[in-house]
Design a protein around this ligand. Structure first.
Ligand code: HEM
Length: 222
């Protein structure tokens, strides 16, 4: 099956390859950060549980109601842990100058979204997981604000962005709504190892292992 987007042609295999691992990584990093910051997790859970009440699960048409704090968490996760850290290489067409650097024609340029998201020139306390930094900010990840480009920007930008965000939101919303989360052996979230294996994609060195306890209000109703 062939799909087109912005005059580019993809087959269905491209979409699966590009779309599954990155979504999974975004969810894993978000959960890891929330386990490390239990007060933020609690805030998001309370907001979702208050809005969804006793429904057995969050459905797609609920998302617009609960987007607020969840959106902040997703933005902050994608800033600190963009699943695709190094983008598809580009080649400059002509000689140009960017921020004082001469870039010759036919230079291969690789964009590092991971470094951009942690640039202290753009971000206060860049290493901190602090979703509320986006509260009064118009910065978004859709490719117009170059401080935050986890999906790339321009014509090579991710064609799956809308599906990606909806999938990450729905999965995270349900994980947070239906379960309470802790680490094995009573380990404190602050001890969670956040080391990364850095490459074209950013993987957690140790996969996240967590204990899910069904939330009691929901068990009563099932
Ligand atoms: C959180 C999830 C995702 C992230 C962070 C992400 C990020 C990216 C990035 C950074 C690029 C390269 C952009 C560039 O080089 O400028 C890309 C390309 C691409 N993405 Fe995504 N993506 C995600 C999910 C998806 C999904 C769900 C699909 C499709 C179902 C998808 C399909 C693609 C395809 C086909 C390309 C290649 C575009 C091209 O070669 O021009 N992505 N993505």
């Amino acid at each position: 099956m062939i799909l087109t987007h912005a005059n580019k042609v993809f087959d269905l295999k491209d979409m699966f390859e590009a779309g599954t691992d990155s979504v999974f990584k975004a969810i894993e990093w978000a959960m890891a950060e929330l386990i490390r910051h239990p007060h933020i997790m609690k805030e998001v859970q309370e907001e979702i549980r208050e809005i969804i009440k006793f429904k057995p699960k969050v459905e797609e048409n609920d998302l617009h109601k609960i987007q607020h704090s969840l959106q902040l968490v997703i933005k902050e996760t994608l800033r600190l842990h963009p699943p695709t850290s190094l983008f598809t290489p580009r080649e400059s067409l002509e000689n140009t100058k960017i921020q004082g650097y001469d870039i010759h024609a036919k230079t291969r340029v690789i964009i590092n979204a991971w470094a951009i998201g942690r640039d202290p020139v753009s971000w206060e306390d860049p290493e901190e997981f602090w979703p509320k930094r986006f509260l009064n900010s118009t910065i978004d990840y859709k490719g117009h604000d170059f401080e935050l480009i986890p999906f790339g920007a321009g014509r090579r930008g991710c064609p799956g962005i809308m599906l990606a965000i909806a999938t990450v939101e729905l999965a995270l919303a349900n994980l947070l709504y239906q379960f309470d989360w802790s680490l094995p052996d009573g380990l404190s979230g602050q001890k969670l190892d956040m080391s990364e294996i850095f490459g074209v994609t950013t993987n957690k060195k140790d996969p996240l292992v967590v204990i899910a306890t069904p939330h009691e209000r929901i068990i009563c109703k099932i």
